[in-house]
Ligand binder design. Structure first.
Ligand code: NIG
Ligand code: FE
Length: 381
């Protein structure tokens, strides 16, 4: 058992209830877990020490929504959108074709590159979805590859109905042989519940089949327009419902009355010129809000949680502290995890070191690479 003392912390965010953030702090890690934190002058001795030189230290980001199992490029679609074309979920099908044509090695390399980008920007936990294979073999292989890098794998066979398939036949495939092949590699099941993808009845069917196979549900809902998806997620007491761009007062009431976390994905609104979700209204109504990148080649090709924080603060009226919590502790909660996303005693020692005296700089200095070190289980990565 060896201990490591981290000193020189100008501001330490632990999310400890009595003092969520403290200045002039130190942190002790033993066996990859936080063993002590407190004022620098009271720091205990340890086997080794590292001085971060006046940096802010935050819990590693928990990016609870990302689509990293894909191949191909949709930059031309992005350029067309910036010239006035609307975002259409049908673009997913072009990534499906490229993903099916890719080798396992190519998919694994693309995944590794994106995970490395995320880590360099302070992300220590990432959820990875399938959903660009849409055949039994392609969905299963995407999840098997994703499982090599994260425990938080999500089966998203119900992303869109593939070209040439009948919707009812496809839902039967997703809930039957595809689920059977995917379930051993997945923890979660997700559905894109939206006009042009799957309706609430189909979503209910897919989530029920997933639950019977031992997969916990989460949902894409209310991204492109108003609909019943958010209320379905609340009715089913799902851990999280993601996007929440178009919400009615009844949706906000349902979220406030349930334990379901609203995961907002500001990279999508930024990249599709859609209205910003009403983060302020949700928080004021008592809803728990998480932030995630939705990293994917169509609607949000960013791997940066700091960018999402900056957008949430500037455009969605979250305070810097609310946004940081949404990107760390509440992101972890959106994955039903309480061992990460905070640095209380006992937490996994996943943290990011910032070239800044406080975490406010994440929103204050958008676009600046402030993360100078990312640590997982008490070791630099
Ligand atoms: O979360 N909304 C559905 N799926 C992705 C977009 C996928 C794509 O455009 O390729 C999303 O935004
Ligand atoms: Fe998504």
């Amino acid at each position: 058992m060896s201990s490591l003392l981290v000193t020189g912390i100008a501001e330490l965010t632990t999310w400890e209830p009595e003092r969520p953030q403290q200045t002039d702090a130190a942190l002790v890690v033993v066996d990859g877990r936080v063993a002590w934190h407190g004022p620098a002058r009271q720091a205990p001795a340890a086997d080794a020490a590292v001085d971060v030189g006046g940096a802010a230290v935050i819990p590693g980001f928990c990016d609870s929504h990302a689509h990293l199992m894909f191949a191909g490029d949709r930059s031309a679609e992005f350029a067309a959108r910036m010239s006035g074309q609307p975002y259409q979920a049908g673009g997913i099908r072009s990534t499906v074709a490229a993903t099916r044509a890719a080798s396992d090695e190519q998919l694994a390399a693309n995944l590794a590159r994106l995970v490395a980008e995320m880590q360099a920007q302070g992300t220590t936990t990432v959820e990875v979805k399938s959903g660009y294979g849409l055949t039994v073999a392609d969905e299963a292989r995407a999840l098997a590859i994703a499982r090599q890098v994260t425990d938080e794998t999500t089966f998203l066979g119900a992303h869109v109905v593939p070209e040439g398939s009948d919707a009812d036949d496809y839902v039967a495939l997703v809930t039957g042989p595809m689920l059977a092949a995917a379930a051993p590699h997945a923890r979660w099941i997700d559905v894109f519940c939206e006009r042009g993808a799957f309706d609430v009845d189909q979503a209910r069917t897919v989530l029920a089949a997933g639950a019977a196979a031992g997969l916990a549900g989460r949902l894409h809902a209310n991204q492109l327009g108003h609909g019943d998806g958010v209320r379905l997620a609340c009715e089913l007491a799902l851990v999280a419902v993601d996007h929440c761009t178009y919400l009615s007062p009844a949706d906000v009431d349902a979220l406030a009355g349930s334990g379901t976390i609203a995961t907002l994905l500001p990279g999508v609104e930024f990249s599709t010129r859609s209205p910003w979700p009403d983060a302020r209204g949700l928080l004021d109504a008592g809803v728990r809000v998480a932030l995630a990148t939705d990293c994917n080649p169509g609607s949000s090709f960013t791997s940066s949680m700091p960018l999402c924080i900056a957008l949430a603060v500037r455009e969605m009226r979250m305070t810097p502290t609310e946004a940081l919590r949404a990107a760390t502790e509440t992101g972890a909660a959106a994955l039903a995890r309480d061992d990460v996303g905070h640095l209380r005693v006992g937490a996994v020692a996943d943290f990011a070191v910032l070239a800044a005296p406080s975490a406010i700089h994440l929103a204050y200095r958008p676009g600046v690479p402030l993360v100078t070190g990312t640590w997982r289980r008490g070791r630099p990565v």
